[in-house]
Each structure stands twice: as structure tokens, then as C-alpha cells.
Design a protein around this ligand. Structure first.
Ligand code: FE2
Ligand code: FE2
Length: 294
């Protein structure tokens, strides 16, 4: 049997807080290797802590909890920050940098000529951005320029394409928040287009991985797959396990919740920011398990 050249996990939106911890069962799932082999690395894709818009000290309390828990992780990881990781801070990303290093954006060599690019940022709604952080297409352009002969896996928090189709009309009355739609969690087209144009210009970004909207999604555009992974903190309480081969990347969703802590633990932990819509966050079968070929 052909083995993958490397494997990794994409786990955005852990939303760790003082009262809710989906990180521990996630780490147990990884360490026990019940659902998959140990990956070569893990990518924590933003909203790693829950934060609070109304609490200026929440990042100061939650970021060290995150750092402490990750000390026990036996697998190398990459991490970057986004909206929940910076909420309430006067100097956005101050606590993130204190515990995870100065660089908001960085790249790392991966096996067999692959490169990972990891970009932090703050959700853009005509708000001030983190100084020197993502939301900076020219930084991405310059970085991709230096990697012309390599295959790039690009990671940031907010989808660059509106994720998934709209909520079906018969489900709309069940939404917790009127008008909630996953595509409302994507960057506005005028903000995301410069990034998509840079990606298409270079033509060697195999996939962009995002989270933020807590649904599974995948869209192909101009040679790049735009993959959104749902959340460990709200339905369907899943992460993605990804195998990279010489000619393809294989994706599948992992659901440790049924065996970890019991369903009651998870259903008590829904994030009010994200609706609990049966059969919606879970994704279509082709959004859950799929193969990118190149
Ligand atoms: Fe989130
Ligand atoms: Fe988010």
C-alpha cells in the first residue's frame, strides 16, 4: 500500500475558554490514534480561544490556558490568530504574540517540496486590521514569489470564497439568529478578491484552508481548492485529517465526540455565535470526504 508523504490535521475554531474545553478531547483523539495515525503536524486555524468582545482581559486569561494545554501535545503544530483570539484587546494580538511568537504571518517548509503559509488577521468589516498582519495581499504576493517551484498549502481563518450554498428555505425558520447564513462569514468580495487574484496569478497554491463559519465546504476556482473545515466547538464537533500523496491530497472528517465525553458534553457547548442547524454544518458527503488531484 502506498503511504502518504505526509499527513496533517486542520482544526480551526476550537474556541477554548475557562468554561469550555474541546481541545482536550481533540488531543486525546490524536494521541490515542483511534481514528487515524498520528499526523506529522497539526494546524490550529484561528478562533483557538473564545475571547469576548466585552472583556478586555479575556485574552490575558485564555491564551495561557491554551499554551499550557498545547505543551502536552505530542505532535508539532502551527498556529495563527484571528477574531476571537484578539477580541477585547487594545493592541490586537498582544497576548497571541506573547505566547506564540512575534510573527503574525509566516511560512514553513513541509516534506517533499511543499510549503505551508500561515496568516493571522482580524475579521474585516471596515475595521482596523492588525498592524503587519494578513489582510495584506502584497505580503502574500511577495511570499508566493519566492516559492515558484513549490506546492503551497495556504492557511488563514476566514474563507476567501463564500462557503457553501445558502441555508435552504425550509430550514430558515429554525435558525437561532435571523438571516444567519454561512456565506455571511466569508470575507467581503472586495476584501477577498485581491487574495484570490494573487493566488491565481502564481498558480501553485494547491489548497487554501479556512474555518470561521463552522461548516464544511470545498470550492475549486482557477486551479486552487478552497477548503473550509467545521468546528470542534459546535456541531458537528469535527476536524479534518489530511493525507498528502505525490499526486493527490485525501481529506476526511473525524468525529471524536461520540466516544469522547458523550454527546451531552458537546451539545451543552454550542457557541451562541453559530447556529445549530441539523444536517447543515455537517456538510454534503462531497464536502466531507474528497480528493484533490494535481
Ligand atoms: Fe469560530
Ligand atoms: Fe472566526
Amino acid at each position: 500500500m502506498i503511504k502518504p508523504i505526509f499527513t496533517f490535521i486542520h482544526v480551526p475554531d476550537v474556541h477554548l475558554s475557562e468554561s469550555f474545553d474541546a481541545l482536550t478531547p481533540f488531543m486525546e483523539s490524536v494521541h490515542e490514534e483511534q481514528f487515524h495515525s498520528s499526523p506529522d503536524f497539526i494546524v490550529f486555524g484561528g478562533d483557538n480561544i473564545n475571547g469576548s468582545r466585552d472583556d478586555g482581559a479575556v485574552c490575558e486569561r485564555e491564551m495561557p490556558i491554551l499554551k499550557d494545554k498545547l505543551r502536552a501535545l505530542k505532535v508539532p503544530y502551527h498556529i495563527f490568530c484571528h477574531n476571537h483570539d484578539t477580541w477585547g484587546e487594545e493592541c490586537l494580538g498582544e497576548q497571541y504574540r506573547r505566547y506564540f511568537g512575534d510573527e503574525f504571518n509566516y511560512s514553513a517548509h513541509l516534506p517533499h517540496g511543499f510549503v505551508g503559509i500561515f496568516m493571522s488577521g482580524k475579521y474585516v468589516e471596515n475595521e482596523v486590521l492588525i498592524e503587519n498582519a494578513i489582510d495584506n495581499a502584497s505580503w502574500l504576493d511577495q511570499t508566493l514569489n519566492k516559492m515558484e517551484n513549490q506546492k503551497v498549502l495556504l492557511f488563514s481563518h476566514v474563507p476567501l470564497f463564500p462557503p457553501r450554498k445558502p441555508v435552504l428555505s425550509h430550514i430558515l425558520p429554525t435558525l437561532k439568529r435571523e438571516g444567519w447564513q454561512a456565506y455571511g462569514f466569508g470575507l467581503k468580495p472586495e476584501v477577498s478578491k485581491p487574495f484570490r487574484d494573487v493566488i491565481a496569478k502564481h498558480g501553485h497554491v494547491v489548497a487554501h484552508y479556512s474555518g470561521h463559519c463552522h461548516v464544511h465546504s470545498v470550492i475549486e476556482s482557477r486551479g486552487t481548492h478552497y477548503v473550509t473545515t467545521a468546528s470542534m466547538s459546535s456541531q458537528p464537533w469535527e476536524y479534518r485529517y489530511i493525507e498528502v500523496y505525490a499526486d493527490r491530497i485525501v481529506h476526511r472528517c473525524i468525529s471524536p465526540h461520540q466516544l469522547k465525553r458523550g454527546v451531552g458534553f458537546w451539545t451543552n457547548c454550542l457557541n451562541e455565535d453559530h447556529s445549530d442547524v441539523d444536517c447543515y454544518h455537517d456538510g454534503l458527503s462531497e464536502e466531507r470526504d474528497f480528493v484533490i488531484r494535481y
